[in-house]
Design a protein around this ligand. Structure first.
Ligand SMILES: C[C@@]1(CC(=O)O)c2cc3[nH]c(cc4nc(cc5[nH]c(cc(n2)[C@H]1CCC(=O)O)[C@@](C)(CC(=O)O)[C@@H]5CCC(=O)O)C(CC(=O)O)=C4CCC(=O)O)c(CCC(=O)O)c3CC(=O)O
Ligand SMILES: NC(=O)C1=CN([C@@H]2O[C@H](COP(=O)(O)OP(=O)(O)OC[C@H]3O[C@@H](n4cnc5c(N)ncnc54)[C@H](O)[C@@H]3O)[C@@H](O)[C@H]2O)C=CC1
Length: 186
């Protein structure tokens, strides 16, 4: 069995991050980049949270704080608290990340390599973040720049507007151009 590899559109959805340390900060940044509305609940928060567009509630996190959240990250340094919050979050049907135990998560965080809207996500399917990170560094050298991607995207739209044999020909030309540029056999 493998994990479901998918990209989720959760822009505008509420998320709660329990904990305010480095792990919570990293996860919060990832959620913000995907447009979620993040509330951070923790007695102590890393100073970098003050420059982020998040709501900070400075106290210990209770299951009631998770109400309405579509995504819950339990990243406190108290495993029992993380377990309890995750159990409550699962019950309400949220996507759940348990920072201390991936087996208790329905949501795992990959290493992400991006160029504009293009994203490559690496999951090892286990807990081996150094490998995900190292692979990400190799992969980043392979990504085409965003101007090139934009141009290919426009070319594809133009090809799809064509009718008859011109359409297939335009798509074939584009496919060949992309494959050659990416260094795979045309
Ligand atoms: C299961 C998973 C979490 C999940 O998805 O739930 C997980 C688990 C754990 N990570 C630990 C440590 C660190 N992780 C990082 C960094 C990253 N970790 C990420 C993902 C994942 N980490 C998921 C599996 C991914 C996979 O393998 O596919 C990345 C890719 C994405 C992200 O986190 O946003 C991001 C790279 C970002 C990049 O690309 O740069 C660093 C920092 C660094 O290395 O610089 C440290 C050390 C410093 C620190 O403590 O922060 C420990 C504690 C081990 C211990 O006991 O010390 C555990 C728990 C355990 O192993 O039990
Ligand atoms: N998945 C990953 O990438 C990693 C996961 N971990 C796990 O994540 C946990 C957190 O790591 P760090 O951020 O480095 O910890 P940290 O010690 O820097 O921060 C812990 C945070 O939890 C908060 N906290 C404690 N009790 C709380 C409660 N009842 N409610 C809300 N917040 C509470 C504290 O105020 C603090 O902000 C670790 O204990 C470990 O289990 C650790 C390293 C990497």
């Amino acid at each position: 069995m493998s994990l479901l590899a998918a990209f989720l559109n959760l822009s505008g959805q509420p998320a709660v991050v329990a904990g305010g340390g480095r792990v919570a900060l990293r996860r919060t940044q990832t959620l913000l980049e995907a447009g979620l509305q993040v509330t951070v609940v923790a007695p102590q928060v890393h100073p970098e949270f003050s420059v982020l567009p998040v709501t900070v509630v400075q106290r210990s996190c209770e299951p009631a704080d998770l109400k309405d959240a579509q995504v819950v990250v339990a990243a406190t340094n108290d495993p029992a608290v993380n377990d309890r919050l995750c159990a409550a979050a699962h019950q309400q049907g949220a996507l759940v990340n348990h920072a201390g135990d991936a087996a208790l998560s329905t949501l795992r965080f990959p290493a992400v390599i991006s160029s504009g809207d293009l994203q490559v996500a690496v999951s090892t399917g286990r807990e081996l973040p150094m490998l995900a990170q190292a692979l990400g560094e190799r992969i980043s050298a392979l990504l085409p720049d965003s101007t090139t991607v934009e141009q290919w995207s426009r070319q594809r739209e133009e090809a799809l507007r064509e009718t008859g044999p011109g359409r297939e020909l335009a798509l074939q030309t584009l496919r060949k151009d992309i494959r050659t540029t990416m260094g795979v056999p045309a």
